[in-house]
Design a binder for this molecule. Sequence first.
Ligand code: AMP
Length: 279
Amino acid sequence: MIIFKVGQQLSKYLSSLNNTITIGFVPTMGALHQGHLSLIAESKKKCQLTVCSIYVNPTQFSEISDLDAYPKPIEADIELLEMAGCDILYIPSTEDIYTDSKDFSFDLNGLDSRWEGPLRPGHFNGVLNICKRLFDLVKPSEVFFGQKDLQQCAVIRKLIRHEHSQIIFNQCPIIREKDGLAMSSRNIRLSDQARKQAPAISELMNAALLKVVDIKPEALGVWLTSQLNAIEGISVEYAVVVDTIDLKPAIDWNWPTALLVTCKVGGVRLLDNILIDSK
Ligand code: AMP
């Protein structure tokens, strides 16, 4: 695996390659786990060259304490990427990736005003700006993102349609621990007790799925919220059924929908979702 720390060198290297080579790109913030590695595997399956980036982007954190607490095990990450057969790793510094202070934005048609948007002010603007800069540099044929961050997927799909229409977007399934907990770099912050409680999120989401069609989407969100809040140590921020394009609250089961949940378990914020096939 070749490691680049300077964007210009990375882009010079990539543009020296035969331009028929397909480049798959997996942007991450590091602290890698099997979820991230599944994206690398998917990229290797579909593309001839796989590029991964590791950058803990400060502009997508609304709280400095959250940014400071973010794990940065770079040596272990490099080893995992080597083992996964990643071809190129880009680890930019802030000076390297933010070469100017241009702020890019476009109308997300309300997508950023829902769910994670108001709870993490500036988050999606930060995601848009870092992804646009990375896409401009890497010029990937395809990008690979996790369904785990469903709202982020919806935002990136819009970014690609708006700015990079040549890129193919891949939304990859959520990789879970054996007990159903969605893998996340934040899981290591869970206390022993919170770690035991956290699988209740996916258990109850699966129980909710059994009610699909029989009750309205809104009522399903209300049911799930009350079930989760009834567990000591869990507090729900939102548990809702949404359409999978704009993530608006779903009013019936006629569209592709997803059950979207964010809750705190022992003070740690965990996100999860399940796509609903109501056909
Ligand atoms: P992050 O490092 O948290 O920014 O995540 C980098 C990419 O990995 C994003 O596209 C995430 O959605 C994806 N990802 C994180 N956790 C998982 C998981 N459990 N399964 C699949 N993809 C994941």
